[in-house]
Design a protein around this ligand. Structure first.
Ligand SMILES: NC(=O)c1ccc[n+]([C@@H]2O[C@H](COP(=O)([O-])OP(=O)(O)OC[C@H]3O[C@@H](n4cnc5c(N)ncnc54)[C@H](OP(=O)(O)O)[C@@H]3O)[C@@H](O)[C@H]2O)c1
Length: 394
């Protein structure tokens, strides 16, 4: 697939999670803008990584699944491409670039993105962050590492990309609040009674975005928006009480900032993550568009509504986890990952996702005093096994 190159910038990049939805879109942006892709990573899809590695002539690849790494090593035996194996191998690959410091785009799904994010920041490498779980699980540690090693955390999530741009309209002390928009997911407007009978297929039918399965279900439960409240609080150093959520089903306004004079600045575009990827990687430069122009006359009308936090309790569960601090974000995320996986395998019904998460968060609230990566990972493991036990007992 050959694209016309516009605004070629030859930026060196590492793309983690290159076989996923964001990873593939990042490679598309790399094609269009001429980035130099130095390394790639995935979990188990060795066949796709092999194709990508040959096409981009990368220096190295990492597969966190050790068997997949072996397969890839054999497949690439006729090349000089180095293949790293396992989660530690992935971090070693990132650290191997500590001299050149190519920006790391982290598009791994789930908590597995945390250690690679830390490996990048500890090597003084800028982190273009799609993996919001990095901040949900260990926000204060991650932001502290970035500061210490003078590396930047560049938001890729569309809402945070929007807020980042809106904040340029004033000074930090002039900000009243951040307003995150939410598409509302496929179940916006449904009652708690109706949610009892929704299927996996219904949950995966997101109205605007085509994403991986985990984030698509997280959008349906509003866990994704809860995670984004935490992500915004850490990224922009604001309290969760200063972050509002508005349902906006057209997904044209990606988020807003209200300043103290009550001026509200919004960022708009067609919904397409490739804009956010390019914006993060090329910041502060604005390059040629990788997305179509926005025609507001075609969109016609924009609607906004308050989220229903009673029917979708995970928004408030995330606020609570942020306020509690310590390992609470790790517990929230781990129980969510396990519960969503069980829902996707049709072992539990949709409303049980939030019930399970609330029960696990209550049970493991002692994690509030944990402030090290090791301690946080212990709580992650505890929350996973507790959630699995609760599912088994149902
Ligand atoms: N998709 C979106 O539009 C969107 C928007 C905003 C933010 N995000 C965030 O971006 C991240 C990725 O989302 P996605 O939708 O692109 O997910 P996805 O399509 O499921 O892709 C996930 C990627 O991560 C890899 N991976 C999975 N488990 C891993 C592990 N244990 N260790 C290392 N790599 C692993 C996968 O490799 P294999 O293919 O080998 O399994 C794949 O490359 C998530 O944090 C999500 O919240 C996504």
């Amino acid at each position: 697939m050959a694209h016309i190159r516009t605004g070629s910038v030859n930026i060196p990049v590492q793309i983690l999670g290159s076989t996923g939805s964001i990873g593939r879109q990042a490679l598309d942006v790399a094609d269009r803008h001429g980035y130099r892709v130095l390394s790639l990573s995935a979990c188990s899809n060795a066949a796709e990584v092999e194709k990508q590695a040959r096409r981009y002539q990368v220096t190295s690849c990492a597969m966190t699944d050790v068997k997949a790494a072996q397969l890839l090593k054999t497949a690439l035996a006729d090349t000089d491409i180095r293949v790293y194996a396992g989660a530690e191998g992935l971090c070693e690959m990132i650290r191997s670039f500590h001299n050149e410091k190519p920006v790391v785009l982290n598009a791994i799904a789930g908590e597995a993105g945390l250690l690679p994010s830390l490996a990048a920041l500890e090597s003084g490498i800028d982190l273009a962050l799609a993996n919001k779980e990095t901040l949900v699980v260990a926000g204060p540690i991650v932001m502290e590492k970035a500061k210490k090693h003078q590396a930047r955390v560049l938001p890729v999530d569309s809402e945070h990309c929007a807020i980042w741009q809106c904040l340029n309209a004033g000074k930090k002390r002039e900000v009243n609040k951040l307003i995150l928009t939410a598409s509302g997911g496929p179940f916006f407007g449904k009652s708690a009674e109706e949610l009892k009978t929704v299927t996996v297929r219904d949950a995966l039918a997101h109205p605007t975005w085509h994403m991986g399965a985990q984030i698509t279900v997280d959008s349906a439960t509003l866990m994704n928006k809860g995670f984004e409240i935490m992500e915004a609080a850490y990224l922009f150093s604001v309290d969760e009480s200063q972050i509002d959520v508005l349902v906006h089903k057209e997904s044209i306004v990606h988020s807003m900032v209200e300043f103290r004079d009550h001026s509200v600045i919004a960022q708009m575009s067609v919904p397409d993550m490739r804009f956010c990827i390019a914006h993060a990687i090329e910041y502060p430069r604005r390059n040629q568009a990788v997305i179509p122009p926005l025609s507001l006359s075609d969109v016609g009308a924009l609607h906004f509504a308050k989220p229903d936090t009673e029917t979708f309790p995970l928004l408030d569960q995330a606020r609570k986890a942020y306020r509690t601090g310590g390992a609470s974000g790790a517990v929230l995320n781990a129980s969510n990952e396990v519960a969503v996986d069980a829902f996707l395998k049709e072992k539990i019904r949709f409303p049980e996702i939030s019930d399970l998460i609330a029960a696990v968060c209550d049970k493991l609230s002692g994690g509030r005093d944990v402030h090290t990566v090791e301690g946080i990972l212990e709580y992650d493991a505890l929350a996973r096994s507790e959630t699995k036990n609760m599912i088994r007992r149902r």
